[in-house]
Ligand binder design. Sequence first.
Ligand SMILES: Nc1ncnc2c1ncn2[C@@H]1O[C@H](COP(=O)(O)OP(=O)(O)O)[C@@H](O)[C@H]1O
Ligand SMILES: [Mg+2]
Length: 316
Amino acid sequence: MTGKGGTGKTTVAAALALALAAEGRRVLLVEVEERQGIAQLFETEALPYEERRIASASGGGEVHALAIDAELAMLDYLDMFYKLGRAGRALRKLGAIDFATTVAPGLRDVLLTGKVCEAVRRKDKAGWPVYDSVVLDAPPTGRITRFLNVNDEVAGLARVGPIHNQAQAVMRVLKSPQTAIHLVTLLEEMPVQETLDGIAELRALGGLQLGGVFINRVRPGGVPEADLRAAAAGHVDEAEIALGLKAAGLADSQTLAAGLSIELAEHARNVALQEREQHELAAAGQPRYELPDLTDGIDLGALYRLAEVLREQGAA
Ligand SMILES: Nc1ncnc2c1ncn2[C@@H]1O[C@H](COP(=O)(O)OP(=O)(O)O)[C@@H](O)[C@H]1O
Ligand SMILES: [Mg+2]
């Protein structure tokens, strides 16, 4: 799940994870940006670098969560391939790990995606995948192409050897039909533009499957089409509004009507803008899902509601 920062990437990733966990399925929700956004959303304590069950869904479904720490992932990795064990921790003290994870960003990304892909491929003793789905709250649209294109990223670092092989294995999972890249947006000019740019960039990269466009914070309409068109064109019948308000028993209906007329015209212009953005998103040709703007904010209950909305629309 990618998208412009602040559009609801973490919220929608969490809602999708819950939706996918319905009917007894097992889902892993992962974050890689070290912000503890998942813990906050699910109202639990900070997540360690360890998979934890954080929510349940219908039919015994479960959402597990993991906050990947790039440095610890590096130690894991060194352990796995070089059996460094304690020496790895010594490297960390020396600052060598810092170097690897901050100075070589390509390597950092391959460690993060590597950990996610490991969870995707992990099997239980009977040979079944441990998770039915893995949802990644990925970096924002501006960085997603580089993040996913780990092969090129580490090409300059390693042409052979375990890092190279790791990058190849990661790329195979990312490019398999098992993986889909979803984008979150708001119906506003900037996020929509970033979404369209992101889609174009990801398509240009080739081999990756684009998923849905998740339109977040959609506000309910409520005003009839014809009235909206008239209002957008500046034709608001203030006198009629005043009459209506008076009939409803409201005092000072004239002043109220004047204020409401201004708001209605503004609302109508907004709706028109949103329609234009909807059009542009539709032209991108990916499936679209809409999530309502929940004006009371996002708590655990709200997350379950968003998950339900996603299921109703067939997103999970
Ligand atoms: N559908 C929604 N309705 C109401 N508030 C939302 C909705 N989606 C996200 N938010 C709020 O918007 C803010 C940004 O969401 P967040 O998921 O943290 O975005 P991002 O991960 O893209 O930075 C948060 O305060 C969140 O509670
Ligand atoms: Mg976030």
